[in-house]
Ligand binder design. Structure first.
Ligand code: 5GP
Length: 145
């Protein structure tokens, strides 16, 4: 899909928001929902999405929603750091299929990094163990402040 297009409310993240499919939820407030990426590029890979949005990407988003999204990303990233003690954190966001985007509801990736540990492939790695994802979600959730 290109940068242009119509929002499809059947996308995976819209379905997670409606509670139609499960996710290892980390944090939720009135603006954002955070949950574990089931195909993690690193242990603790977390996604943050706006709850009230029909933006496919960053370019489409209302500035007020975007402002609340980045505040949510910072809050969750701080919790990831507190829970997992990484050496660094990658925060990424893709716009358009050729840029690597595969789910067309705006979202940000929070990916912890450790010195000497290679980054897994984006969407190309294996599925995480559900019990491990749930445990990580609980660890990160406990550090939200
Ligand atoms: P994107 O490629 O659009 O930046 O990121 C989409 C993310 O959604 C990927 O990292 C991918 O692992 C994740 N993903 C793919 N399928 C599912 C799913 O069924 N449930 C959830 N929670 N995430 C998914």
């Amino acid at each position: 899909m290109s940068l242009d297009g119509t929002y499809d409310d059947g996308n995976i993240f819209a379905r997670i928001l409606r509670g139609e499919i499960p996710a290892a939820r980390v944090f939720e407030d009135e603006h954002v929902l955070a949950f574990m990426d089931p195909f993690p590029q690193a242990s603790g890979h977390t996604l943050v999405i706006p709850k009230h949005s029909t933006a496919r990407n960053l370019l489409d988003e209302d500035p007020a929603v975007l402002a609340n999204l980045i505040l949510g990303v910072q809050r969750v990233a701080r919790a990831v750091r507190a829970a997992l003690n990484p050496d660094g954190l990658v925060i990424t966001q893709f716009n358009g299929a050729c840029a690597g985007q595969t789910v067309f509801h705006l979202h940000a990736h929070i990916i912890p990094r450790w010195d000497g540990v290679a980054l897994g492939r984006h969407t190309g790695g294996g599925m995480g163990d559900p019990a491990e994802l749930k445990a990580l979600a609980e660890q990160i959730s406990a550090k939200i402040s």
